[in-house]
Design a protein around this ligand. Structure first.
Ligand SMILES: [Zn+2]
Length: 139
């Protein structure tokens, strides 16, 4: 069960195509996920200036759909780039914490192994510190 799109950035990108920002939430980029989702909602609920809409010969509904579409595309691009960057930094950055239970490299920001779900005790792993956050259980 691969949960993180390392080497497969299109996985979160597709998620963001379905729901703007969803792929970023998947990558645990919470603020950016909220940002893109909010932007899409805003784009869908805020009408464009009537003069602009008529100038391009569109209806208000069509114009909104186009704007939302642009936001979705932008969020997909941002998600894709974020996934690529996340994969690179995970591969290059110094010592990596490993799960004592399954032995796979894990994210130090989490309180549990995202591969097997095993919670981290301070004594249970050998990389970095289990800083903050607390046990949030499964996502
Ligand atoms: Zn594990």
């Amino acid at each position: 069960m691969t949960r993180i799109g390392r080497g497969r950035p299109w996985v979160p990108a597709v998620m963001s195509a379905l729901v703007p920002g969803l792929g970023l939430a998947y990558l645990r980029q919470w603020l950016r996920a909220v940002y893109w989702f909010g932007l899409a909602v805003l784009a869908g609920s805020t009408g464009l200036p009537e003069s602009l809409v008529t100038a391009v010969g569109a209806t208000q509904r069509t114009a909104s759909a186009v704007v939302v579409g642009l936001v979705v595309v932008a969020s997909v691009v941002d998600t894709y780039r974020t996934a690529l960057f996340a994969g690179d930094s995970a591969a290059d950055d110094g010592p990596t914490a490993r799960c004592e239970s399954c032995g796979r490299s894990v994210d130090e920001d989490l309180a549990f192994c995202h591969w097997c779900g095993e919670p981290f005790g301070d004594a249970n792993w050998d990389g970095g510190t289990a800083d903050g956050g607390g046990a949030k259980g499964h996502e």
